[in-house]
Design a protein around this ligand. Structure first.
Ligand SMILES: [Zn+2]
Length: 196
């Protein structure tokens, strides 16, 4: 399904309201998406607008304001689970449940200890468990709220996710720490991001 420029424009204007953490990433990913997903699917418009659906990749945004941090992870379900269809066997259902449990534990990332950040709330989900999954693509999401006792000392985000998820090759990290922002790409070989 192709989008007219007008409809896409409307989507872009809606997305920042609904998903403020993803708003900044819309344009660069759009370009990438067109190259890596030539084929069109029913669900593509949604992912195109969000810009995060590239197999093997994930997007992680970190926003710190005062003591409060929000982390938002979004990836193609393929990147997390190794498949992207509705789980049809008990084993696949177990894999989905296990992945959600891992992300709900929130141990796959860590911040430098001096910042004294703790996870207050974690919520992982995937389109694959929705009743209306109908082929095409699906995403996996995890959102976290953290409280940092010494936010001024925050300087490092480390990911411990690549050894858990063989299908995940890289995570694009975008961060906003108070008034500063930056971004970089984390991989198994380079899994620590400097937040300054
Ligand atoms: Zn896909």
């Amino acid at each position: 399904m192709k989008f007219s420029a007008a409809v896409f424009g409307v989507l872009l204007s809606i997305v920042p309201l609904a998903l403020p953490l993803n708003a900044a990433q819309t344009e660069p990913h759009e370009h990438e998406h067109e190259h890596e997903h030539e084929h069109e699917h029913e669900h593509d418009e949604e992912f195109t607008a969000l810009g995060a659906h590239v197999h093997g990749k994930a997007l992680l945004t970190l926003v710190l304001e005062g003591n409060e941090m929000q982390l938002a992870f979004q990836a193609a379900a393929q990147s997390v689970l190794g498949f992207e269809h509705k789980p049809s066997t008990a084993e696949q259902q177990q894999e989905v449940a296990a992945a959600i449990a891992v992300f709900n534990q929130g141990n796959w990332f860590s911040l430098n200890a001096q910042a004294s950040c703790e996870v207050l709330n974690a919520q992982a989900s995937t389109d694959l468990t929705q009743a209306n999954v109908s082929g095409g693509h699906a995403d996996f999401y995890a959102n976290y709220q953290l409280l940092c006792q010494s936010p001024a000392r925050l300087n490092t985000l480390s990911l411990h996710i690549f050894s858990l998820l063989p299908a995940l090759e890289e995570v694009e990290v975008q961060w906003i720490v108070n008034d500063q922002q930056g971004g970089s790409t984390a991989t198994l070989a380079n899994s620590t991001v400097q937040l300054q």
